[in-house]
Design a protein around this ligand. Structure first.
Ligand code: GDG
Length: 735
């Protein structure tokens, strides 16, 4: 088994410096997290596997060095580069990804910019990635796709490789549905469907997961059960898998004499100060400006700390090509200048400001010398720096001030958690942190360290892969039995041989698609012609077996001489006869009690309406808000079940309808009645609804039973949709 990691950027970026190519480590949490995971699996018991990382190399390769670069990437870094031109990268990465998706997903809607061209390029790039993956994929590979740049990729791969094992993980928050609605309708559903091409969809937190599931329900109409979503009979599991870190790497860093030396040296230099630390990638979502304003207010309100604290502020350059990032950088520079200008003197500078990427040793040195870490993003998927700081504090001292808006705040609950928009809270939390007793610091940090040690990055990755394997296993249950060409041949040949045939056909969803208004799908010419064709073959008894009321069926099918069953088996009418019969005497006086209940629920559920039939009442809610429906419908069902306890009626829930009807009669009882009338040597039953299951169950073993839709069923075979049913009926007629 091989692990194919797919992300926008490779972990190594190539840059041209003075005409020479240089290979550098890429910046950011995604690369840190996956690199650490890959290092850990080398010694893992669960997954000792090869890997290949697919992504862009950071350079617009000229055709002459593409091959050479590919070789270096493959041989030295286990990487497969996807080359994109600078022009495409501009619109894809700087455009759609970072001007539209990033601000939207990180809750900065006013920064969102998009246009059709960006979207088209986003699709093209996802497609280019798909082509690259398809070139290298082997049957046993696990494909692990990362982040918001590649949300269409899972489904693109699924279309080509239905059996592929795919995980999608989102490193940033998934927005609330109201924010997600900012995207045009078509894009929203393409993005959601794209992600759902994976078997496992992972988020850092439960909140991000809930937002995603809510969008899936609202915009695609798929419900979930404990994060499991069934899509065309394919199981997808969405869950929260908070990323961890390589705990030991940070906890044991001081065992390295070089790092220890650096820590001692810097501690000596800053001996007289309490040290505050702030490290981030340059990004407006990291809230650096607020942090600086909070620090300024702290200095103003606490003059006793002047010349006694320093803030080491590291900003690692990122996405500098985007105007909003340049603005953020200017704002930070100005604030640093203002604060230093306001408070500094010849002996002391309150902010030591650095804007370069730090080598690992320097990064851990900073973690180790900082008495307080200020990690206060306005919004963040997780934030690994917060975790790394705590893990680095081997002696247990140090205080973490952490934003409530970072995913990490859900796990690091012993940190000082603050609202990053509240400047005075930032100021007062700095004071609290500086004055926190050491034993309190140790007590809090030890707890957090235990958690970080237990749920480390290896566990994160392993959990996602275990989940994938378990979904694959569970998926086997949902395997359907599509009507294969050989089964179809057998059906047609038995049909031809038979002397007397019985054919049951459900109507809605079987012969015609579902419509919002039940009055709409009356049979058109094509259907009537098909049915007539079947009837005209004198050997066929054709029965429309439906949940519809008798008057509707009568009206729709009066032009052809066909047998009918109405209200899911309560009323039958044989062809050529005028009257409808009830197979068992039933009462409908209960309707006067149930109708007002339905009315109340319908009033509470806008978009729903009531259909009253002779022996049943239905509440249709296909057009209602899906979330509101699920609450009200559950409530209605619970209430109805308790209400009807002593009545001879039953409650039935099928696709976007609740129905109350007389008990004791169903499509199965009607089918048996029909079957007993003659010695048929060929029986065919086709239906899509839950109520058709009664029919499939009672028919003899040799009957051909067909479920419409890719759904588990008691029927022997499945076809995909009503069009395939029509196709099959056409074949019967021409036989
Ligand atoms: C995204 C999500 C989510 C930073 N500066 C230096 C450096 N780093 C390393 C840190 C840390 C990583 O980069 C930053 O990770 P974050 O999680 O803080 O932030 P993002 O880059 O925004 O990452 C984020 C993450 O993905 C993982 O899923 O947590 O929410 O936005 O590992 O150590 N490393 C070195 N020098 C630096 O100057 N060596």
């Amino acid at each position: 088994m091989r692990l194919l990691i797919v992300s926008n950027r490779l972990p190594i970026t190539v840059e041209k410096q003075n005409g020479k190519l240089e290979f550098k480590q890429s910046v950011g949490g995604l690369v840190s997290g996956i690199n650490d995971y890959l290092n850990m699996i080398k010694s893992s018991d669960f997954l000792k596997s090869e890997h290949l990382w697919i992504g862009t190399p950071g350079i617009d390769a000229e055709s002459k060095n593409k091959e050479e670069l590919t070789k270096i990437f493959l041989n030295e870094y286990h990487c497969q580069p996807v080359f994109l031109t600078e022009k495409v990268m501009e619109k894809f990465y700087y455009g759609f990804c970072n001007k539209a998706l990033w601000p939207l997903f990180l809750s900065f809607p006013s920064y969102v910019e998009y246009d059709d061209e960006y979207w088209q390029i986003y699709k093209d790039v996802n497609f280019a990635f798909a082509q690259q993956v398809l070139k290298v994929i082997e049957p046993e590979d696990i494909i692990w796709i990362h982040d918001y740049h590649l949300m269409l990729l899972p489904q693109m791969l699924r279309n080509e490789k239905p059996e592929a094992k795919i995980i999608f993980f989102l490193h940033i928050p998934f927005p609330h549905f109201e924010l997600f609605s900012i995207l045009p309708k078509k894009w929203r559903s393409e993005i959601l469907k794209g992600i759902l091409g994976a078997e496992v969809v992972g988020f850092h937190t439960y909140e991000h997961l809930q937002n995603f599931l809510q969008c899936v329900l609202r915009f695609l109409g798929y419900k979930h059960e404990m994060g499991k979503i069934l899509i065309d009979n394919r199981l997808v599991k969405a869950g929260a898998f908070p990323i961890g870190i390589n705990f030991q790497k940070f906890y044991e860093a001081l065992n390295n004499p070089k790092i220890l030396g650096k820590v001692k040296e810097l501690k000596q230099k800053l001996d007289i100060y309490k040290v505050l630390l702030s490290i981030d990638r340059l990004d407006y979502s990291k809230g650096v400006a607020n942090r600086l304003k909070g620090y300024e207010l702290f200095l103003k309100e606490n003059p006793q700390y002047l010349e006694k604290v320093v803030l080491i502020m590291v900003i690692v350059p990122s996405r500098v090509g985007i105007e909003q990032y340049q603005k953020t950088k200017r704002q930070i520079d100005e604030l640093v200048g203002r604060i230093n200008g306001r408070f500094a003197n010849v002996n002391w500078t309150p902010i030591l400001y650095q804007t370069t990427f730090l080598p690992f040793d320097d990064l851990v040195t900073f973690y180790n010398i900082a008495d307080v870490a200020l990690i206060i993003p306005l919004c963040d998927g997780m934030n690994l720096i917060a975790k790394e700081y705590i893990a680095s504090r081997t002696d247990g001292t140090g205080v973490l001030i952490l934003s409530e808006m970072a995913g990490a705040s859900k796990e690091l609950t012993e940190a000082i958690l603050i609202n990053p928009y509240d400047i005075s809270a930032i100021a007062s939390s700095i004071k609290d942190a500086l004055e926190m007793p050491v034993d309190e610091q140790i007590r809090c940090n030890k707890k957090m360290q235990e958690r970080l040690k237990r749920y480390h990055v290896g566990k994160w990755g392993d959990d996602l892969i275990k989940e994938l394997l378990s979904v694959k296993e569970e998926q086997k249950k949902f395997k359907v039995k599509l009507l294969s060409s050989s089964a179809r041949e057998r059906l047609l040949s038995e049909y031809q041989k038979a002397k007397k045939r019985l054919i049951f056909l459900d109507y809605d969803g079987t012969l015609v698609p579902f419509a919002y208004d039940p009055k709409i799908p009356k049979p058109g010419r094509e259907i009537l012609k098909l049915l007539k064709g079947l009837i005209d073959d004198g050997k066929n008894e054709v029965v429309i077996i439906s949940g519809r009321d008798k008057d509707t069926l009568q009206r729709w099918f009066s032009s052809i001489n066909i047998s009918m069953v109405a209200e899911h088996g309560i009323l039958v009418k044989e062809k050529g006869k005028v009257d409808w019969e009830m197979l068992r005497p039933l009462k409908n006086d209960w309707k006067t009690h149930i109708l007002p209940i339905f009315q109340t629920y319908s009033d509470r559920l806008p978009g729903s309406f009531i259909e009253e039939k002779d022996y049943s009442i239905a509440l249709h809610y296909r057009q209602s808000d899906p979330e509101q429906s699920s609450i009200i419908v559950n409530d209605a069902i619970e209430y109805l079940i308790s209400f009807i306890a002593n009545l001879d009626i039953q409650v039935l829930q099928s696709d976007k309808v609740i129905e109350v009807r007389c008990a004791g009669a169903n499509k199965g009882t009607a089918a048996l009645w029909w079957q007993s009338k003659f010695n048929y040597d060929f029986i065919l039953a086709i239906g899509d609804d839950l109520t058709d299951e009664d029919l499939f169950m009672v028919l003899p073993q040799e009957a051909f039973t067909i479920k419409v839709g890719i759904i588990q069923s008691n029927a022997k075979f499945n076809v995909r949709n009503f069009m395939e049913v029509r196709e099959l009926l056409k074949q019967l007629i021409t036989k």
